[in-house]
Design a protein around this ligand. Structure first.
Ligand code: MSP
Length: 647
């Protein structure tokens, strides 16, 4: 029976477009999953989306969508990105999946019954616009660390998880030296910053917003989003359900890959929840570093966000995956620079690898009419090449087992460089001129073919297209590859016909190419934002005139506009509709100053059921035309009586 390997990425927030930094965890997990599969493991690779919480609710309100409508739209974009990157996940879990929500509720109830969750009061500093509680030490200059505004002391009824009870076993976990958290420095950080100062119980419910899993026995409370989200790693396997086969087979996780900023949730809170449930904890958590961009944090407001899609369009998936995992050491932060990317593509891919492939294939073509020769006369230099190959295969495996992706790829490139040097040393073009050197030439070209064959096996978890293209050029279509072939001196066949392809990677002029890349990145952003004359949102299904008649459009006059007390993007309108006052909340604060709208006529839908938007009642909707960048409130060309029917 094959050994199992369960690997997870964090669940992504569906709150905006994912940039190249976001793809790092998933690209790394994908390479590892592919590597383990090729070594015969029965792999489960989980990824998904973290869809509850106040922030998502807020963004949805601003877009005048229900949170569910909003996340449904965003999830499609995330899945599309993983498809573009050919991420080989086995499970895609959404925290809004019914099965997941049920498990979260079951766990909450279990822990409440056990006494590990109890009801109490949360006291802290409260930031009203952010609806967040902060402890004294979290405040920055006494103000909200998120938005910088004044905070008030506040008290809220809430449920707590007895995190403090697990202080000792957690401490042990880090002290046991069992490699629970990697790299090592992150373990020290957890011990020194969180465990040594002493753990406090964790507030695991909120009452100030709605979008989340309800506490099953006290529905005005919504379960804290992190408590909800981490449970996905076991709910996805069917724990506490009739179908828990996967849980029994794959749990505990072999490794959770997470970014460094969320290590605390995965190595303190998550294990404590599992301990409380008497469930084994994951074998390992790896906290990888951050990718910053040209020495700055990537952010929309700085306008320095780099997306994967244009990179893939210009240079292919393999170049991107190779760069991400070769350039940065997985445990440390790294600086993504376009120049660095292009330079590496030129040097490692177009030159080192590209040259080795094209020289080998060209010479087999030229000297043996395209047929791969057999190994014949052997000399010492061949052994030294094979020694480098074997040594680096051994180190590659060790590096992969320790998630040192960059080092593993560097092992492959050591093989490639040594092989290019072997060509320079053996001089096949000289051997080709003398008939008596034919036997020697056979060996040299067979060896080069074999090296390329093994290099392709090694790069396949990272660069599937490139590996397959090399197999094809070596005359092997869809070869049946096993990892053991790397250890076999004769696994590469001879006698098959090679075929020459055009270069796999372009060699580019770095300076000029940066402009082309910038343009492509900007074009991608514009298209996403709908600046192109294309229909970004498809037309809705047809309706009948009777359906249309149900909508009551009216002209209204704006009497007063105020900012919403709790949400920056919302405005609260008092309108006159044929002498009647009507209050409507609209998410357009970003586009209009309140005073600019007073006295204007607007078009409203008057018969929408009233709803509360962040606690303020809204009776109808003000119509506007919008895309992601701009918004214009609709009005009447001529002033007409307020209350006039719009049809
Ligand atoms: N929803 C939480 C995770 C819950 S897991 C139960 C979350 N989501 S996230 O969308 O903000 O981040 C997802 C992953 O992307 C994290 O591992 C995060 O570290 C990673 N990255 C986001 N930007 C990044 C970089 N610029 N560089 C490297 N990885 C970063 O956290």
């Amino acid at each position: 029976m094959s050994k199992k390997f369960y690997i997870t990425t964090p669940l992504y927030y569906p709150s905006g477009n994912l940039h190249v930094g976001h793809t790092y965890t998933t690209v790394a997990a994908d390479a590892l999953a592919r590597y383990k599969r090729s070594r015969g493991y029965d792999v489960q690779f989980l990824t998904g989306t973290d869809e509850h919480g106040q922030k998502i609710e807020q963004v949805a309100i601003e877009k005048e969508l229900s949170p569910k409508q909003y996340v449904d739209e965003m999830i499609e974009k995330i899945k599309e990105l993983w498809n573009t990157l050919e991420i080989s996940y086995d499970i895609f879990i959404r925290t809004t999946d019914k099965e997941h929500e049920e498990v979260v509720q079951k766990i909450f109830t279990k822990l409440f019954e056990k006494g590990d969750i109890y009801k109490g009061n949360y006291e802290g500093h409260y930031c009203t616009p952010c609806e967040s509680f902060w402890t004294e030490s979290q405040l920055v200059d006494g103000k909200c660390p998120d938005c910088g505004r004044e905070v008030q002391l506040a008290k809220e009824e809430a449920y707590f998880f007895k995190l403090s009870k697990y202080q000792e076993p957690l401490m042990k976990l880090f002290e046991e030296g069992r490699d629970f958290l990697k790299p090592d420095n992150r373990g020290k950080e957890m011990v020194n910053n969180f465990l040594k100062p002493g753990l406090e119980d964790l507030c695991v419910s909120r009452t100030t917003f709605d979008w989340g899993v309800k506490v099953p026995f006290d529905e005005k409370h919504v379960i804290y989003v992190w408590f909800d989200a981490v449970i996905n790693y076991i709910s996805a396997l069917g724990i506490y359900s009739d179908n828990d086969e996967k849980f029994n087979k794959y749990w505990p996780a072999d490794v959770h890959f997470v970014g460094k900023e969320i290590v605390r949730f995965h190595t303190i809170i998550w294990p404590a929840i599992l301990m409380a449930l008497d469930i084994e904890i994951p074998k390992q958590v790896f906290g990888h570093g951050w990718i910053i961009f040209e020495n700055d944090k990537m952010s929309k407001s700085k306008g320095n966000v780099i997306y994967s899609e244009p990179i893939i369009e210009l240079y292919g998936i393999d170049a991107l995956k190779y760069f991400l995992l070769r350039e940065f050491s997985f445990g440390s932060d790294g600086n993504f620079s376009r120049e660095g990317f292009l330079t590496r593509m030129n040097a490692d891919l177009a030159n080192d690898l590209g040259n080795l492939v094209s020289r080998t294939i060209t010479m087999i073509d030229k000297y043996f009419e395209g047929i791969v020769p057999e190994r014949a006369l052997i000399e010492e230099i061949d052994d030294s090449l094979l020694a480098v190959v074997n040594e680096n295969i051994f180190e590659y495996e060790e590096n992969m087992e320790n998630y040192n992706f960059s080092e593993a790829l560097s092992n492959v490139w050591k093989i490639i460089s040594r092989s290019n040097k072997y060509i320079d040393e053996t001089k096949p073009w000289v051997l080709g001129k003398e008939p008596e050197s034919k036997e020697r030439l056979k060996t040299v070209l067979y060896n080069l073919g074999e090296v390329l064959f093994k290099v392709s096996i090694l790069i396949r978890p990272f660069m599937e297209h490139t590996a397959n293209a090399i197999f094809e050029q070596l005359g092997l279509d869809n070869p049946d590859i096993s990892w053991d072939m790397l250890k076999d001196e004769n696994s590469f066949e001879s006698g098959q016909r090679v075929s020459k392809h055009s270069p796999m990677f372009p060699r580019v002029d770095v300076k000029k190419e940066i402009d082309r890349w910038n343009e492509a990145n900007q074009k991608f952003i514009d298209e996403r934002n709908g600046n192109k004359d294309e229909l970004k949102i498809p037309f809705k299904d047809e309706i009948s005139i009777d359906d249309f008649d149900k909508l009551d459009f009216r002209v209204a006059t704006v009497k007063e506009v105020k900012k919403h007390p709790k949400a920056d993007r919302l405005l609260v309108f008092q309108l006159d509709v044929a002498g009647n006052n009507r209050q409507i909340v609209s998410g357009i604060a970003e586009y209009y100053k309140p005073e600019d709208l007073v006295g204007k006529q607007v078009i409203i839908i008057a018969n929408l059921k009233p709803i509360k938007l962040r606690g303020v009642e809204s009776c109808g909707m003000i119509l506007s035309a919008s895309n992601d960048d701009e918004l214009s409130v609709l009005t009447s060309l001529k002033n007409v009586k307020s209350g006039s029917v719009v049809s």
